[in-house]
Design a protein around this ligand. Structure first.
Ligand SMILES: N[C@@H](CCC(=O)N[C@@H](CS)C(=O)NCC(=O)O)C(=O)O
Length: 209
């Protein structure tokens, strides 16, 4: 049994989406990030970083969205969303998940929270983060053009769910991820999954449907 501490549209989204896609029993615990519930002593006892998501899996609290993506897809291997350890695509799959965490999620965090760096002026942080994000979209789009339609080629993996969430976050940026044609095509495919519709209903989301 899983319990997911989440906030609509946040980094918990990909974990929630996978829980639905995998069809595994879970319960949702809403964290009111506006009210700073993620900084409460009760929550910090689960996740000392004070961010969402936290996934409690069989009583063990776990955090870091990328790790949760990998963990869920491995634990529910019948889904085929993670190449097995001896699959020739395993290395590439791990590469993409870690690459997305480092080259997209990290600068996206700075885009949303420039105060993380305690820098003045924050505009310089925003500009640097935006450039890094756009350079990553360029590189990912070129990869998809050459080897797509998904990150691993013909079959979707958990990495594509993660990529779609990150693309969603840029929807109101000066140049959103879906501005690149092969990324847009991947997003369209992913959005057609019934689990995406269910996710939107459950999180009460409407933008970028
Ligand atoms: N590296 C973490 C980052 C999570 C993160 O930045 N979560 C944001 C929401 S998308 C959050 O909780 N923000 C509230 C805060 O920082 O206080 C992960 O991947 O789980």
């Amino acid at each position: 049994m899983y319990s997911l501490y989440y906030s609509p549209g946040a980094a918990s989204l990909v974990v929630h989406w996978l829980l639905i896609e995998l069809g595994v029993p879970h319960e949702l615990r809403l964290v009111d990030t506006q009210a700073k519930q993620q900084k409460s002593p009760e929550y910090l006892a689960l996740n000392p970083n004070g961010v969402v998501p936290t996934l409690v899996a069989d009583g063990q609290p776990l955090y870091e969205a990328a790790a949760l993506v990998l963990h869920l897809a491995d634990r529910h291997a019948a889904s085929g969303l993670a190449p097995a350890v001896d699959d020739p695509q395993r290395g590439e799959y791990l590469q993409w998940v870690l690459n997305l965490a480092n080259t997209l999620q990290s600068p996206l965090r700075l885009w949303w929270y420039p105060q993380d760096l305690d820098a003045a002026p924050p505009e310089a942080v925003l500009d640097g983060a935006r450039k890094r994000i756009e350079a990553t979209w360029e590189r990912l789009d070129a990869h998809l053009a050459a080897r797509g339609p998904y990150l691993l080629g013909e079959r979707p993996s958990a990495a594509d769910f993660y990529l779609t969430m990150l693309m969603r976050w840029t929807r109101n940026m000066p140049r959103p991820g879906h501005d690149w044609p092969h990324l847009a095509a991947l997003a369209q495919r992913m959005k057609q999954r019934p689990s995406f519709k269910a996710l939107y209903e459950r999180e009460g989301l409407t933008e970028w449907a």
